[in-house]
Design a protein around this ligand. Structure first.
Ligand code: TYM
Length: 334
């Protein structure tokens, strides 16, 4: 029997956050790489869909790759690489644009939210922000991926990927595996500590509600202790009515201390909950920061991992993308 193929990625638009870690990276390292044939990618092309500073994207891409190794991805078990190093992603993205309709792209929540925000400021959005899910579908489908471990916010994009795979296969013959998203049981959507009705997002302007993986322990403590909590003072787990407290309970539960509803019973003040959550997060991130500090001293090692990773990724993606090119009627080069 062939092993399940897993693919997932992270976009270098900002420093990686606790949301990225709990929603995705931790599961990749602790479970996915051990149970499947897994590829994990710094999806740098996706970072160009919004205004960007070239030097910053380059820096953040390296940092994200280093962090993937720091959280425990082991290149002997899985493939770690950078998207732009493997041409198959953009080759296939075009075929995905030819498979999708503009209406289904416009329905994507992230596109709608980002365009509304941008237009309110009088700005415009890049065309690539609209076509982004076609590139994301290509990322996934090029590898014959069965499972895509992501946080809740990416589930809609994976659903669209499924639709595109099914449609392509129906039109042109069986070419792609139809993938499914897997999301973690707890902390699939970590919320901003200052604005607990919005997702903790790495590219938000206000950083006081965002815990970054490389924040110093003192900074983590400060951010968690200053988290916005809700009116009332008793600790209950209610995501709709008490989003601030529920977020802290989710984070604490995800740090390893159990179930958020049961945890709520153990606390009778917000202060105690915050203190324990802060310490749990500091301890959770400590080994990641330490390993990152070591890896930063050895950039050649990180480069060699990415070089080997891209080579492996190319070898897997190439035949399937070639097959897709033939299936749609493009004439093979002779
Ligand atoms: P990105 O870079 O925004 O996030 C990377 C991963 O982290 C998860 N995540 C969260 N999980 C829980 N709570 C949060 N606050 C939180 N914020 C982020 C995301 O769900 C994601 O799993 N479009 C993707 C990148 C991508 C991709 C792919 C993913 C491009 N191609 C192919 C999977 C497969 C993105 O922007 O993720």
């Amino acid at each position: 029997m062939t092993r399940t193929r897993i693919f997932s990625g992270v976009k270098p638009t900002g420093h990686l956050t606790l949301g990225n870690y709990l929603g995705a990276l931790r599961g990749w390292a602790d479970e996915d790489q051990h149970r499947a044939d897994a590829l994990f990618c710094v999806v740098d092309l996706h970072a160009l869909t919004v205004e960007h500073d070239p030097a910053r994207v380059r820096r953040l891409s390296r940092q994200a790759a280093t962090l993937l190794l720091a959280v425990g991805l082991d290149p002997r078990l899985c493939t770690v690489f950078v998207q732009s190093h493997v041409d198959e992603h953009t080759r296939l993205a075009y075929l995905m644009e030819c498979t999708a309709s503009d209406g289904e792209m416009r329905r994507m929540i992230q596109y709608k939210e980002k365009t509304e925000r941008e237009r309110a400021r009088g700005g415009s959005v890049r065309l690539s922000l609209l076509t982004y899910p076609a590139l994301m579908a290509a990322d996934i489908l090029a590898y014959g991926t069965g499972e895509v471990p992501v946080g809740e916010d990416q589930a809609q994009h994976v659903e669209l990927t499924r639709d595109l795979a099914v449609r392509f296969n129906q039109r042109y013959g069986q070419t792609f595996v139809v993938p499914k998203a897997t999301v973690p049981k707890v902390a699939a959507r970590v919320m901003d500590l200052q604005e607990p009705t919005s997702k903790m997002g790495k590219s938000h302007a206000r950083t006081s509600g965002i815990v970054y993986l490389l924040d110093e322990p003192e900074v983590v403590r400060k951010k968690v202790m200053r988290a916005v909590t809700d009116a009332g003072s008793d600790v209950v787990y209610d995501r709709a009515e008490r989003p601030g407290v529920a977020n802290l309970l989710d984070i604490l539960a995800a740090c390893g201390a159990g179930d958020p509803t049961e945890l709520a019973d153990e606390y009778d003040s917000y202060g105690a909950l915050k203190k324990d959550t802060a310490e749990a997060v500091v301890e959770l991130l400590r080994p990641v920061r330490e390993r990152h500090a070591e890896l930063v001293k050895d950039p050649e090692y990180v480069d060699s991992v990415l070089r080997d990773g891209a080579e492996r990724a190319r070898a897997i993606a190439r035949p399937r993308v070639d097959a897709a090119y033939r299936a749609v009627g493009l004439m093979p080069a002779v």
